[in-house]
Design a protein around this ligand. Sequence first.
Ligand code: PLP
Length: 385
Amino acid sequence: MQLRWQSSQQNNYGTPAISLSHGKGALVWDVDGKEYLDFLGGIATNILGHAHPRIVSAITEQAHELGHVSNLYSHPRSIELAEKLISLTGQSSARVFFCNSGAEANEAALKLSRLTGRSKIVSTLGSFHGRTIGSLSLTGQVTKQKPFRPLLKKIKFIPFNDIAAAKRAISKKVAMVIVEPIQGENGVVVPDLGYLKALRELTTKNGALLVLDCVQTGMGRTGEWFGYESEGIVPDVITLAKGLGGGLPLGAMIAIGDAANLFEPGSHGSTFGGNPIACASALAAISILENESLLERNKKLELTLKLELSKSPLVESVRGAGLLLGIVLKLDVAKKLVIELQNAGVLANATSDSLIRIAPPLVVTDKQVADFVRIFREVAATHER
Ligand code: PLP
């Protein structure tokens, strides 16, 4: 498999160590039949795990009816999904633009912000907003940006969770401020309560759009629909992808209030955006999340995981919200530990030498959570000397 990968695909990911063939819930199997507990969930994407029967039937039924239409025509699933997302925001003025990925959702937000007549942007250091030239320009990570310079100009990066820096940077010339409610790729970095509220106040005062990139935190992952609700604020723009499509490629840029009227016919578009099959999958996913009260359960699992994982002497702390957690290690062994976990049948990922990120599907069972904790502690114990 590895040789075939190398001779058929570009080397932008490095060669994956294992090749997965199928899954069920929070379990996946590789092509050799080895079983893994999937505690990464396609990097916070398989919100309902693998092969959920209701998602499979929603996709199948939709494929039998209508697989794709151009944006010259509407279709019921995208209208139903847009209406559902509007109701989840609680803002009747919200309007949705569908695309296929997180980078595209942030590109759409970037274009929307240009229509304010301003072009300055404020983003945060350590942030991740995607890999296209526009979304990479918004991404506050030098290593990812450097080989692709020149990028978009007039983007100011301020330290995350620093209200004083935000005060200095946000002026009446700023078109938008983009921020993740929790910095996922940067190692599940959680800002203090009040940070997003302060950004809301500063952007409102200066007439700038507040764009919340909820690509990783959205769709129930943090125990809330979007991951900013506990701040009691209303952003101008929410971007979504990852968990939105229930495992299928789907992104959305939701604009609220005046921002919802900035795009006009011809402003923006996407051939596949809002594809009927992806929308059907998203609708099924949202209905399962609601009917099975998975967001509430998510909060309980967060507490269990934080408590149980912190008992490992290797663990400094566990941060994050819901089922987006960062396990901070006392030693720089995260990358090694991830390989050892994989050998022991658990998938997780290291965002740095000392941080392991977990984002299991919300349908993970209590027993699977207990199994993860046990295996993690066993593997961690070999590093505790
Ligand atoms: N924004 C955030 C917060 C993300 O975590 C990611 C992906 O990890 C993206 C944007 C980019 O999403 P995509 O890979 O779907 O383009």
